[in-house]
Design a protein around this ligand. Sequence first.
Ligand code: TXA
Ligand code: MG
Length: 336
Amino acid sequence: MTMNKFDDAPASQRSMILRAAETILSGGLVVFPTETVYGLGADALDASAVRGIFTAKGRPSDNPLIVHIADLEDLERVTRHASSIARDLFARFAPGPLTLVMPAHPDLAPAVSAGLSTVAVRFPSHPVAIDLLRACGRPLAAPSANRSGEPSPTTVAMARASLGDAAGVYLDGGPCRVGLESTVASIIDDVVTILRPGAVTAEDIEAAVAGIRVRYATLVAAQPSPSPGLRHRHYQPRAEVFTVEARDFEHARLADLSKPMGILGRRADIEVWRGSFAAVRDAADVTEYARNLYRWFAELDALEVSTIVAVMPPADGIGLALRDRLERASGNNRID
Ligand code: TXA
Ligand code: MG
């Protein structure tokens, strides 16, 4: 086992992580923090534990899970073959919010891959996730720690509110730094296809490996979908969400919407209109917007706001991932 910060962690946190590792090894479920969102983890080699994840989330069985590992040597336990591009990308981005689709190892529980021959793999960077992975010594299958269809939790309280006592242990690692799920990408020959945009962008990947080509999957057109989970309804709060482009916002016909309304956006974009809304959540920049989006959804639901207007960020950097989640949350309801 590799030495890490775990050895210096306070005794109470150490004992929580040991309890969580025991829970995993006895086939149970553990909620744990990552830098993106909280995950609901189970031993990826234990078929019945993995089935427990699908039950706890109410997740359709055709939607595969991401397998989390802490050390590059563990790649061999989860994939039959790591291509040189995959190795290069992990050398650059692991640990961090990049998930790569690779040929699945036969020892993985079949439900992890939902019938596909591939597995999605990532190295979380949150120290509590790394401690848990090393303490249990198993790859962890973990989707986001929410009931299927709901926004992903970015605090342990949100995970608990969504899953109740479905998990045996909840590890608290504070609010997630990124706030949106990892970038999911597949590699075929030397083309990288981004199936779900996240904090690691196409430009980041192109800059990391010489000669590589990166494209975004055209998610709606693809049949069958390259990433089954993207077909399902996702990331939706109870309130109805509408998106609006910042440039259209001043002229938008907001009066057509039902009240009471909440508004989300970058501070500079919403300034003119803030007085017209029952609840305002604003961010200094797009990184802060991404980090807070799901918590704001939860807060506005708690305030029983019936309509949420989300002002779109520019389509670059993490803004692309944020726009993707807002489009899904709104079911493509747009104001113009
Ligand atoms: O940031 C994250 O990725 C978080 C944290 C907990 O790591 N996890 C997460 O998992 O968002 P989940 O299950 O909510 O989303 C996994 C996504 C889904 O869109 C799923 O369809 C896709 O990854 N996926 C998983 N395995 C796949 C595979 N073999 N091929 C293509 N897509 C796959
Ligand atoms: Mg999810």
